[in-house]
Design a protein around this ligand. Structure first.
Ligand code: TRP
Length: 336
């Protein structure tokens, strides 16, 4: 039986926070059991933001190691570096020819970043969703796990696939398979520790706003202790006036593995002080085995590189075939 294919990329920012983990990475790990996963470190996407060439390669490897430490199993899924599979860039070039600039300019992420950069906003930033469409369409993905912020990009991917199929497909023969979004459960949305109405994010200047997967137990305790609270007594989910209480309870629920009902019951009469101690320990305990595995993996570079090489070969086999199909449908002369 053919397993359904899922594709997911993560940018090599050098550190992964609890929001990335409880959202994207954990769902990728859960999905690899029943699906065929193509997971990659999106280094070609990382260069659209200002980046440090001395750190890119290192961050690529540490992010890959973190993925593995979180439970990506190279026996079940393919883990690779995006730039190692040349077809990603090549297909993006082809897809660009059917993508209207008007659509790209309407992407929320582009608009947000371009506002700050004005005329300096790069072509790479505008083109980002086309590369993302290439990442997905190369593997004939059935499902793409996405958070709210990437939903629009996935819709564009579907649109690009449809346009390409319309122009270059023939009756009953699509060039690209159209992927479906797999929306992440609402509970997996982790908010900032310093503002319960904002997403936990790498781009927040304050490191105290997030828990990084590699933060030491003491740092975790200190960050939780300083997390924003309110002055209402008792703790509850879902009170719009209390986004911080909701967020901290949700994190506790996710890392403890308890049900929401159990957590609501356990914490309903607690003050923030007592609850924060409980929460900090639950996070520390949850992250300990991940941190331990991470240390083992980064120390065994031979292992890490062999996983990425194997993943690259598996990815290439699929991606090259799709690229070939796309080029053929466009009428390119075969490679001699
Ligand atoms: N754009 C995604 C992000 O910023 C990362 C990404 C790149 C991705 N290519 C992808 C995610 C393909 C899913 C599928 O988070």
């Amino acid at each position: 039986m053919n397993r359904k294919r899922i594709v997911s990329g993560i940018r090599p920012t050098g550190s992964v926070h609890l929001g990335n983990y409880l959202g994207a990475i954990r769902s990728a790990v859960a999905l690899q059991e029943e699906h065929q996963g193509f997971f990659f470190i999106a280094d070609l996407h990382a260069i659209t933001d200002s980046q440090d060439p001395r750190a890119l390669a290192e961050h690529t490897l540490t992010t890959a190691a973190l993925y593995l430490a979180c439970g990506i199993d190279p026996q079940r899924a393919s883990l690779f570096v995006q730039s190692h599979v040349a077809a990603h860039s090549q297909l993006a070039r082809l897809l660009g020819s059917v993508t209207p600039v008007g659509l790209l300019k309407r992407m929320i992420q582009f608009k947000e970043k371009a506002v700050k950069q004005g005329q300096e906003a790069s072509l790479g930033l505008l083109d980002y969703p086309v590369l993302m469409a290439s990442d997905i369409l190369l593997y004939d993905a059935d499902l793409v796990p996405v958070g709210e912020d990437q939903k629009q990009h996935l819709e564009l991917t579907r649109d690009i696939a449809a346009r390409f199929n319309r122009i270059y497909g023939s009756a009953g023969k699509e060039v690209f398979h159209t992927p479906e979004p797999l929306l992440m459960p609402e509970g997996a949305r982790v908010m900032s520790l310093t503002d319960g109405s904002k997403k936990m994010s790498k781009s927040d200047l304050a490191d105290s706003s997030r828990i990084n997967l590699l933060d030491s137990p003491d740092v975790i305790r200190a960050k939780v202790k300083r997390a924003k609270t309110d002055s209402i007594s008792g703790l509850e989910f879902d009170n719009p006036q209390r986004p911080e209480a909701h967020n901290l309870l949700s994190i506790y629920q996710l890392v403890s593995g308890k049900t929401r009902e159990a957590v609501a019951e356990e914490c309903k009469e607690m003050g923030f002080g007592q609850f924060k101690a409980l929460l900090a320990e639950a996070i520390v305990v949850h992250l300990a085995p991940i941190q331990e595995r991470y240390r083992q993996i980064v120390e065994d570079k031979t292992y890490l590189l062999s996983v990425l090489r194997q993943g690259r070969l598996e990815a290439e086999a699929v991606a090259d075939a799709t690229l070939c199909r796309a080029k053929e449908s466009m009428g390119f002369s075969p490679v001699l």
